[in-house]
Write a protein that binds this ligand. Structure first.
Ligand SMILES: *Cc1c(COP(=O)(O)O)cnc(C)c1O
Length: 698
């Protein structure tokens, strides 16, 4: 029985497509796929584009079952948005206004290309868990006309950058309205001109994300391009984007009549928000500068995300002053005093740069890093900011990152194990322990086989484009080791290839076939990063490694899901302690992948001796020496632990020792390195503390 769609169905289609909660609902993807079996994948899993393409004249006839599933999805998503029974309503300390969360990028789904990598995916997962837990939060970001760089790799291994022009009508965004129902727009001053920012809204379950966009007709050409590309252009563009994000974001909240109790700065890109809040407090509310700063500090939380220098935005004194000197008068500060808000307190150099991280330290009482080790490293990096305190009392805490399980754990594995309540890790472990070897190993083999198919499809597409022969298909039964992350040099994607003869020897002496999959983009301005990419690509062409090493182009969230579900081992080789946290390894572990990692980022907290392996030790050596040491350690673990265990099969063909480690990975990592736990930690140790001064904490 089939039926054509009616108004009710059309509304349900649109409502579900516009609520990104579909992408972490266990039946979300399946529902869309059943409605659009032909076009789901070719649309790039984009429900909005598919729904837009339905036209009155040619409405499809859908099986009744598919429509029922859609209506159920719609009911469940709507009920979740409207529900008043949440984790948050069960908490004792409620907060007065919502958390205002600011981030330059959000990784919510591959169809909303406003993310680059880890920082964005973390922000996306933060919103998803916040929605699930029912914590009041409103998010602010930017909508980029060309998104983030897309990557082609040519036949010589050169990265070719391209930037598609996105049609916002095909993204899960709608124009936002202000508190009076009028189209929401705000103005921000950029070099003496009024830059008009249109505001869009994304619905992330219960959470609203507002995105500012300068590409509108009211702006001169020079200003339309401000929000063109995420992390595109030089510092000149960057400072303008950050004015739009910080200052425009605060102004948008005001027009929405939202009065946040806390501002959470996800990285320093949004630090200008504090300057705008200062201006408002002083000129509109008549508060004295010192009191205004105290209040803004009390209600701000700053999360720093990297110890790597290039991750901290700095603007020359001239550039900063040309954009921001208009604030001198309302704030009652000289130009030098204004610049001082983004400098080390002891810096007397009148030409010193304005540093967005230092600005955040100046305007936020609460500061945290994103893993225990990163907290320690950040305290060392910034101890100088608090000269009166001993280094160990530097007021920087940590909240270890987590990933959103419903988004990243394979839905079939989720089905086998059930939900994960982070407060009940024992119950989760008991359910994982109860899984039989056969079913777990069977699921693992399926996931790996699906990954090899995905890789073959992508390789065919690339080969067609380049008119070259596609590399041989990967072996769906071979031990598969994955590495995907940004190609920054400190991540050392090429460590494995620094001695190819040795690698080949170790692979040849393994008890069974072994294959590696690499993926990742280098920032277009990062030439050394692109050289690393080329080196990995060239290694994959070495005849001795053909079919054993694969470099995939255009790493994004979709590929991230396939890789972290399909691989047996997740490899991570940063130069310690430069990796602040890393989250892809958490995704792999939730999908029973075993981490093989340097003791950096989250891994010193995650590794328990049973759930993966460690490369090297905790000592720091000069770079060259360190690389040689870590390569040795990596080869040793591969040869003596990883390869033999994977191929040590019992009479049923199952590697029972390996499966035991798979169970340990799932049950040790899932309840802890989970964004529900992360957001709960932010709530208990930061949000609720900030919002309720003087009241005892629960
Ligand atoms: C999870 C994820 C990341 C972050 O992982 P890292 O371990 O920090 O590199 C980056 N990019 C994508 C597409 C992801 O899904």
């Amino acid at each position: 029985m089939t039926t054509s769609i009616d108004d009710r169905t059309l509304h349900a289609l649109r409502r579900c497509a516009l609520n990104l909660a579909w992408c972490w609902h266990p039946k979300g993807e399946a529902t869309w796929r059943a409605l659009f079996p032909e076009s789901w994948l070719s649309s790039g899993r984009n429900p909005i584009a598919l729904v837009n393409a339905l036209s009155e004249g040619s409405l499809p006839s859908w099986p009744e079952e598919a429509i029922e599933d859609l209506l159920t999805l719609d009911r469940q998503l709507t009920a979740a948005v409207e529900s008043t029974e949440t984790w948050y309503t069960g908490e004792e300390n409620s907060i007065q206004g919502p958390v205002a969360y600011f981030s330059a990028e959000y990784g919510l789904h591959e169809t909303l290309p406003i993310y680059s990598g880890g920082l964005g995916v973390l922000a996306g997962d933060h919103l998803k868990s916040t929605s699930d837990l029912g914590i009041p939060l409103v998010a602010i970001g930017l909508l980029y006309r060309n998104g983030y760089v897309r990557q082609h790799v040519d036949a010589s291994g050169n990265q070719l950058a391209h930037y598609p022009e996105y049609d916002f009508g095909e993204l899960a965004v709608v124009p936002a309205n202000d508190a009076n129902g009028a189209p929401l727009q705000v103005n921000v001053p950029i070099l003496g001109e009024d830059c008009v920012c249109k505001v869009w809204k994304v619905q992330v379950g219960r959470v609203s994300l507002y995105l500012l966009d300068t590409d509108i007709a009211a702006n001169p050409e020079s200003l339309r391009g401000v929000t063109q590309r995420l992390y595109g252009g030089g510092t000149d563009t960057r400072i303008k984007q950050e004015i739009v994000l910080g200052i425009g974001g605060v102004r948008a909240l005001e027009k929405l009549d939202i009065k946040p109790s806390i501002f959470h700065l996800n990285e320093g890109h949004s630090s200008f928000l504090s300057l705008e809040r200062l201006r408002k407090a002083i000129t509109e509310d008549g508060v004295e500068y010192d009191d205004a700063l105290t209040e803004i500090r009390r209600t701000s939380l700053f999360t720093t995300h990297t110890p790597v220098e290039a991750g901290h935005d700095r603007f020359s004194a001239d550039l900063f002053t040309s954009h921001m000197s208009w604030l001198s008068e309302p704030l009652g500060l000289s130009e030098q005093e204004l610049l001082g808000l983004g400098r080390w307190p002891d810096n007397q150099d009148p030409n010193a740069e304005f540093n967005m991280t230092l600005c955040a330290l100046h305007t936020a009482d609460q500061v945290n890093g994103v893993a225990a080790l990163h907290g320690e490293v950040s305290r060392q990096m910034f101890a100088r900011y608090w000269p009166d305190r001993p280094d160990e009392e530097t007021p920087i805490a940590h909240v270890t990152n987590g990933v959103h399980r419903p988004m990243w754990q394979d839905v079939r594995l989720w089905g086998l194990i059930g939900e994960c309540d982070c407060d009940q890790p024992e119950s989760y472990q008991a359910r994982v322990d109860a899984l039989g070897d056969y079913s777990l190993w069977h699921a693992r083999n399926n996931a790996r086989a699906e990954l090899t198919e995905f890789i073959a499809r992508r390789n065919d597409t690339r080969a067609d484009r380049l008119q070259i022969q596609a590399p041989p298909k990967l072996n769906p039964e071979a031990l598969t080791i994955g590495f995907a992350r940004r190609f920054a040099t400190y991540k050392r994607a090429d460590l494995l290839f620094s001695d190819i003869d040795r690698l080949v020897h170790v692979l040849d002496s393994a008890p069974g076939p072994v294959q590696f999959v690499f993926a990742g983009k280098a920032h277009p301005a990062d030439n050394p990063g692109q050289a690393v990419l080329r080196r990995v690509y060239e290694s994959s062409l070495d005849p001795r490694l053909t079919g054993r090493v694969m470099l995939m182009e255009d790493y994004d969230m979709e590929m991230g899901r396939h890789l972290t579900r399909g691989v047996d081992v997740w490899l991570n080789t940063p130069r310690r302690p430069k990796e602040a946290s890393g989250t892809s390894g958490m995704k792999a572990a939730m999908n029973d992948g075993l981490n093989l990692s340097i003791l950096d980022g989250w891994w010193p907290e995650g590794y328990d001796g049973t759930n993966g392996w460690v490369i090297g030790d905790e000592y720091k050596r000069p770079d060259g020496e360190q690389d040689a040491f870590d390569l040795n350690a990596l080869m040793y673990v591969l040869e003596n632990y990883v390869f033999p265990l994977f191929y040590d099969r019992n009479e049923d063909g199952i590697p029972s020792g390996w499966v035991r480690m798979m169970r340990a990975a799932i049950s040790s990592v899932t309840p802890v390195f989970n964004s529900d736990r992360q957001v709960g930690d932010y709530y208990r140790s930061h949000y609720s503390a900030l919002a309720a001064p003087g009241e005892p904490k629960a």
